[in-house]
Design a protein around this ligand. Structure first.
Ligand code: UDP
Length: 319
């Protein structure tokens, strides 16, 4: 049966890919976004579809709609997510909005889900593990996060967002699950963001220097967007209330290896340069333990890093 699904942050990178997938599957999708870091360009191809509605709305204010009197599912994805200090789209450029959307916005979405007896999925982040002291990180790991450092506006707000959702589950019997999204990449990433994937691909295709921060030995594990979307939907459909699921690809690489791979796959002459020190609180390791999602949801990423990167390089070349 087709459902009415509300997606906050639906004009962002992950949100717009999720909107597309659910619209194609025949569900009625309501996309809420205040376009602070999302873009209408990401959803322009969906605007003419009968089962898609875009509403410019900031979820730190309660959402009321006369048109949609029944919502079945809510994916709460809205939040700036880029950590790069030089990017106008980063959570560092929008610290107050980031704190508000993940706390007040999450609270509002929990209330809305209760009102509609809807299922909720809150998109949290691997950042709640901070600069982890164990690797890989499983859902049981409680993290190593600064409460006052520059990244805390995102990390701690997501952590409190998880607390809000868990309390609604415990105290008000809300049907909600939490996904912790690890680094995800693919077509429709914001080309003006300062993330490693975006910077490296843009630099490689222009034959400009590829800028490594620190010595490049820090690791990340990159998940292709199609895999992430499949995981998000499975967590909503098969995930149990009150549970947390890591969503990422355990294929861990050093950032230097990652830069070299992008250079090679782009056929680029770029030089790899160690341009600046590692930003404050930049995590040294990041690698998801996804055994829980594998066991409970039957999910694991399918795309190889090479294939996902080739598709992403093609997308950036086409812009
Ligand atoms: N990074 C880099 N060069 C860049 C952008 C990022 O070396 O031009 C590094 C960054 O310091 C971090 C890693 O690449 O160690 C991944 O950064 P990203 O911004 O993609 O996201 P994060 O995983 O830190 O949230």
């Amino acid at each position: 049966m087709n459902k009415v699904i509300l997606i906050t942050g639906g004009a962002g990178f992950i949100g717009s890919n999720l909107c597309e997938k659910l619209v194609e599957g025949g569900d009625t999708v309501i996309c809420l976004d205040n376009l602070l870091t999302g873009s209408q360009k990401n959803i322009v191809h969906l605007l003419s579809r009968k089962n898609f509605t875009f509403i410019n709305h900031d979820v730190i204010k309660p959402f009321k709609s006369k048109k949609f009197n029944k919502i079945d599912e809510i994916y709460h994805l809205a939040s700036p997510a880029d950590p790069n200090i030089h990017s106008p789209f980063s959570y560092l450029a929008h610290p107050f909005e980031t704190m508000q959307v993940n706390t007040i916005g999450t609270w509002n979405m929990c209330e809305l889900a209760l009102k509609h007896k809807a299922k909720l999925s809150f998109s949290s982040t691997s950042e709640i593990y901070g600069d982890p002291q164990v690797s890989p990180q499983s859902e049981n790991y409680r993290g190593n996060v600064s409460t006052t450092g520059p990244r805390s506006v995102y990390d701690e707000a997501k952590r409190f967002g998880e607390t809000i959702v868990s309390s609604f589950v415990r105290e008000k019997r809300l049907d909600a699950r939490i996904t912790r999204i690890f680094n995800t990449y693919g077509p429709r990433m914001n080309p003006l963001e300062g993330r490693a994937v975006v910077n490296f691909i843009n630099q490689a295709i222009k034959n400009e220097p590829i800028t490594i921060y620190g010595d490049g030995k820090q690791t990340r594990s990159f998940c292709f967007i199609d895999d992430q979307i499949e995981g998000q939907i499975l967590a909503m459909e098969e995930g149990k209330t009150g549970e947390v699921y890591n969503m990422g690809n355990p294929d861990e690489r050093t950032i230097l290896e990652f830069a070299q791979m992008i250079k090679e796959l782009s056929g680029s002459d770029s030089e790899i340069v160690f341009s600046q020190p590692l930003p404050t609180d930049d995590p040294f390791f990041r690698n998801p333990d996804i055994s829980k999602a594998k066991k409970v949801l039957g999910w694991k990423p399918k795309f190889k890093l090479e294939d996902g990167l080739l598709a992403t390089i093609e997308y950036f070349k086409s812009l």
